[in-house]
Design a protein around this ligand. Structure first.
Ligand code: HEM
Length: 213
């Protein structure tokens, strides 16, 4: 029987399940980010529209269910991809050595994927904590945050999250070989540009909102 590739763990079937869990949870998180962006962007239509949307989500328990599911899927995503992260000094050193030798953009993209994932873990936890501590959602409260300390925080979180999501989707689709590299890059690039625009539009509207507090 041929030797098992070193990249696989002791049980290839478990590896496949973890791989699929990483893929599905990643796609669900991207869906969450899109829904989150469009819900936030309702503030472009005015504070009453945002507040009406927030009350609607609250009345039908969609907020707690959405947040709970988002946290659960986020946890599954972290657990299913964590085995790939080189934690030891020796592992990290040999990874850099291989990356420098290969000089391939996709290897650097993977390293950046790990780094941005860790940054998101810290920034998104802080963000969720800050928003939940000031519950319920209200346009005036969000605008107050954006206009005081949080604008640069949100811009950094936005860029890091969109890079991580875009590069993650690109890598997955290329890896499974479903579509041509070029078509995937074009589709992902267009989607990222669109979602950045929606998010920045929302941030801009929060920034411009008159706040009576
Ligand atoms: C799970 C519960 C979450 C809730 C309830 C939530 C809610 C909100 C709200 C209300 C705002 C407007 C500003 C503010 O109120 O401070 C906001 C902005 C933002 N959130 Fe979240 N968020 C959640 C999770 C996340 C996650 C997981 C990410 C990224 C990984 C994220 C990224 C952002 C970014 C980048 C902004 C600023 C851009 C924009 O307005 O769209 N959020 N979020």
């Amino acid at each position: 029987m041929p030797d098992k590739p070193e990249a696989l763990g002791p049980n290839p079937r478990v590896d496949l399940y973890l791989e699929l869990a990483g893929l599905v949870s990643g796609l669900l998180l991207v869906t969450f980010l899109w829904v989150h962006a469009f819900l936030n962007a309702t503030v472009i239509l005015g504070a009453p529209v945002f507040d009406g949307m927030a009350r609607f989500l609250e009345r039908y328990y969609l907020s707690p269910v959405g947040i709970g599911l988002g946290l659960l899927v986020g946890l599954i995503h972290v657990l299913s991809v964590a085995r790939r992260i080189p934690t030891g000094y020796r592992e990290q050193r040999s990874l850099w050595r291989v990356a420098r030798k290969l000089r391939h953009a996709d290897t650097y993209a993977w390293i950046l994927q790990v780094i941005t994932g860790l940054i998101i873990l810290v920034l998104a936890s802080t963000h969720i904590w800050v928003v939940l501590a000031d519950w319920p959602l209200q346009a005036a409260k969000s605008a107050f945050r954006v206009q005081t300390n949080y604008l640069s925080f949100y811009i950094i979180l936005l860029l890091v999250a969109e890079y991580h999501a875009g590069a993650g989707i690109y890598r997955q689709f290329v890896k499974w070989g479903w579509f041509r590299r070029r078509s995937v890059a074009l589709a992902v690039g267009t989607a990222v540009a669109l979602i950045l625009t929606v998010n920045l539009g929302g941030l801009w509207a929060f920034h411009q909102l008159g706040v009576a507090r």
